[in-house]
Design a protein around this ligand. Sequence first.
Ligand SMILES: O=P(O)(O)O[C@H]1O[C@H](CO)[C@@H](O)[C@H]1O
Ligand SMILES: [Mn+2]
Ligand SMILES: [Mn+2]
Length: 406
Amino acid sequence: MARAFLFVLDSFGVGGARDAEAYGDLGSNTLGHIAEFCAAGAADRAGLRSGPLKLPNMASLGLLEIAHLASGDYPAAMPRPERIFGLHGAAEEVSRGKDTPSGHWEIAGTPVMFDWGYFPSKGDAFPPDLVEAICRDGDVPGILGNCHASGTEIIARLGEEHIRTGQPICYTSSDSVLQIAAHEIHFGLERLIELSQTVRRLVDPLNIGRVIARPFIGETSETFERTGNRRDFSVPPPEPTLLDRLVEAGRTVHAIGKIGDIFAHQGVSRVVKANGNAALMAATLEAMDAAGDGDLVFTNFVDFDQLYGHRRDVPGYAAALEAFDLGLPEIHRRLRPGDLVILTADHGCDPTWRGTDHTRERIPVMAFGPGIRSRDIGIRPTYSDIGESLAAHLGIPAGSHGWSFL
Ligand SMILES: O=P(O)(O)O[C@H]1O[C@H](CO)[C@@H](O)[C@H]1O
Ligand SMILES: [Mn+2]
Ligand SMILES: [Mn+2]
């Protein structure tokens, strides 16, 4: 029987979304702009990387053709390979949100066809009765922040006041999210997790996709640092996803990294947490060895988005892509007959774009494995084509969104 491996490079968009303008993202292109900066020598960082973007293994899987197909341009100064292995194309998102849960659920065959609740970017982000309820039910003396912010910037700005007053830092973004940053020791990690669960319940009526606990350590604004103990409290997907359908069919779904949290632990048989792309890759390789016939291993590589995209760090993003690319031969070595690997993304987060939010873009789809021939699969009208292809490959009945490209 077949096995399948689904790897999401969080925020690795390839530009070209037809509806980008409606999001203020017309012209955004995560891969394209990173390649452009690298080619111009604008993404050199001593001791980290230099020169044009080097992704030879993903280029062999069709990444440059995908970029051309999605955005009309080949990425700058990246040599095209002589041969391409596997199926390659791009996909459009039909879900309205350009957020992580919408992207992942749509990939897994469940687009989000309703509007999430969002918090306003002008004035106080959170309504007074919500703030009151957070203080009362969460037993905190008040909240700091109450605005749209970048998570690293806001802890540098308000972290010391948080330690002094015991008030958690609550903020949001253009995503449907309420994030709570608090100090792991002074406030307490467990207390932060409990508070986040309380707030999860309080924002349910507002249709907010996620509450995220953002623990940090350090004693001064210069030394504050977020830890790997982030926890996401997502609402469950609106319909059973590919993951539920697989578990229903008796298969094992291995969820690596934040996949378990993103799916509110629905349709997840085994959770492996790991902090950072290198540890996520190591956990993924172990899961590839452990996976049995008919299983799915589903990994989210979060650093691209969290450490580099939102931080608008082009050299960092480029180096992370290059490191991921270097890891691909290890994945190839673990493949057995009947295996299918899909590399893709959940949205864009162009590190050259204004602000610090995600960008509406098409996503790359690279599908390969021992039995998969090379073919251009074009621009898929929904991310759910990925989920349908996985369903077809793993031999479970088709779902109700998307079409298999196999
Ligand atoms: O700036 P930080 O805290 O990394 O937040 C980012 O991460 C959140 C969840 O991925 C997004 O909604 C975005 O706001
Ligand atoms: Mn994401
Ligand atoms: Mn993000």
